[in-house]
Design a protein around this ligand. Structure first.
Ligand code: 13P
Length: 254
């Protein structure tokens, strides 16, 4: 009942010309990919216009990788939700662990961004995840509950249905170490139980929860085959059209 959603997070890769090369190639593969999957490309800011133009006639959605919590004003270097909306961006990744760890984004800032995204009709892909130290120290549930509760403060039920959660264990990002399907499923089930406490079972059952962290064509089927895993947020393996397409092909059953 939940439509799978597979998103490419290109991070600091692909300016407009590489974006064009990728999309022109990827579009030729679309007819052979499962139709029941929502596909999203999260490009760097400067490549978003190009991506929107090239994907305007397709079902593939465009995402930003971040945005400001402010609308306008003296915030040098920032980009607003309205600016993204103006160039036909549909999604925005918020709270990625790299934003949290490298740029010091707090749960409160992420919450402000999520509220701003909804206020502008951009759909957030809200990232959560624990470090290895937190997992091994027995703090997995505490860390995730806190990220979810603070990040989603004041988000309404209706907005929640337009929110995608991405569970990305920090220790599995870019490391080649992937969570086992059981570890991932158990954690997704826990995340859904926190969402159930916050929004009730009917809403929680509709929210899509992606897994992210070293997803590859080889492990996509096993991971996405789990009951509470509704898609993937893919970094490294999304940089080549063929491997990104293979992840969708292998991971999504129709
Ligand atoms: P990798 O797929 O490179 O591990 O990155 C995951 C990620 O951070 C996606 O947002």
């Amino acid at each position: 009942m939940r439509k799978p959603i597979v998103a490419a997070n290109w991070k600091l890769n692909k300016g407009p010309s590489e974006t064009e090369d990728f999309i022109k190639n990827f579009i030729t593969k679309l007819p052979d990919l499962p139709k029941g999957c929502e596909i999203v490309l999260a490009a760097p800011y400067v490549s978003l216009v190009k991506a929107s133009e090239l994907l305007a006639q397709s079902t593939v959605r465009v995402s930003a990788q971040n945005m400001s919590e402010h609308e306008n004003g003296a915030y040098t270097g920032e980009i607003s939700a309205l600016m993204l909306k103006e160039i036909f961006v549909n999604y925005v990744i918020l709270g990625h662990s790299e934003r949290r760890a490298i740029y010091g984004e707090s749960d409160e800032t992420i919450n402000a961004k999520i509220l701003k995204a909804h206020g502008t009709e951009l759909k957030p892909i809200f990232c959560i995840g624990e470090t290895l130290e937190e997992r091994e120290g027995g703090n997995l549930e505490k860390v995730l509950s806190q990220q979810i509760t603070l990040g989603l403060k004041d988000v309404t039920e209706k907005e929640m249905l337009e929110t995608v959660i991405a569970y990305e264990p920090v220790w599995a990002i870019g490391t080649g170490v992937v969570a086992t399907p059981t570890q991932a499923q158990d954690t997704h089930e826990f995340v859904r139980s926190v969402l159930t406490d916050l929004y009730g079972i009917a809403v929680a059952e509709k929210i899509r929860i992606q897994y992210g962290g070293s997803v590859k064509p080889e492990n996509a089927a096993e991971l996405l085959g789990q009951k509470d895993i509704d898609g993937a947020l893919v970094g490294g393996a999304s940089l080549e059209p063929a491997s990104f397409a293979d992840i969708i092909r292998n991971g999504v059953v129709e």
